[in-house]
Design a protein around this ligand. Structure first.
Ligand code: TMP
Length: 207
């Protein structure tokens, strides 16, 4: 099922997703209730799994172990937070969702798209976001923002630069295959220009 009020944000490291989610939430708050969340994470148990994924050595997991951890976190998140919020007619603004898995583990990793699809069917059934914003940023700029001092969640950031360039081009490819749902936003623009681009699309598509 496609939920119009289920909005996901995707993009490489340091693309400004979390900033834009907060800005969009501020705009939506007067009209209704909002659930701001993220993946991996979003619930207490999923946040515990997040820590296992985003810290430590780049090669600490086999590709299948990593995929199963991501989906274990996602199952908890969907069942305990996302679906209850959507059934209460709330907006759900989620920082990353299933597209991250297709890009990072599938197109750029060692997992086949068929394996991801099978587990997606099991975990999500036909749950789909209504709109996805892809914040498209030059990987060098994004990584330099994300590798700021104090950020301890650097496992993905520490993957080699080639990987991050592939993440960038794979997202754009995925967007071309899902033109109706995924909207590419030029995240090299200023914060307020990006905010306006996102808001104009939300107004056109949902309000
Ligand atoms: P964040 O830095 O945007 O919070 O995301 C944490 C990392 O998790 C990010 O580098 C990408 C990675 N990730 C995946 O590899 N696959 C997934 O399915 C998700 C949700 C995140």
């Amino acid at each position: 099922m496609i939920y119009k009020k289920f909005i996901t944000f995707e993009g490489g490291e340091g693309s400004g997703k979390s900033t834009q989610i907060k800005l969009l939430a501020k705009k939506l708050i007067p009209s209704s209730q909002i659930c701001l969340t993220r993946e991996p994470g979003g619930t207490k148990s999923a946040e515990q799994i997040r820590r296992l994924l985003v810290t430590g050595k780049v090669d600490k997991w086999s590709s299948l172990s990593e995929l199963l951890l991501l989906f274990a976190a996602r199952k908890d998140h969907v069942d305990k937070l996302i679906l209850p919020a959507l059934s209460n007619n709330k907006w759900v603004l989620c920082d990353r969702f299933i597209d991250s898995t297709y890009v990072y583990q599938g197109m750029c990793g060692k997992t086949s798209m068929e394996t991801i699809k099978k587990i997606e069917n099991l975990v999500l059934g036909n749950l789909k976001p209504g709109i996805t914003f892809l914040l498209d940023i030059e990987p060098k700029i994004g990584l330099s923002r994300s590798k700021r001092p104090g950020n301890k969640e650097l496992r993905y950031e520490n993957m080699d630069f080639k990987f991050h360039k592939k993440v960038n081009s794979s997202y754009l490819k995925l967007a071309r295959y899902n033109k109706k749902r995924i909207h590419v936003i030029d995240a090299n623009k200023s914060k307020s220009e990006i905010e306006n681009d996102i808001w104009n699309m939300i107004k056109k598509k949902t309000l």
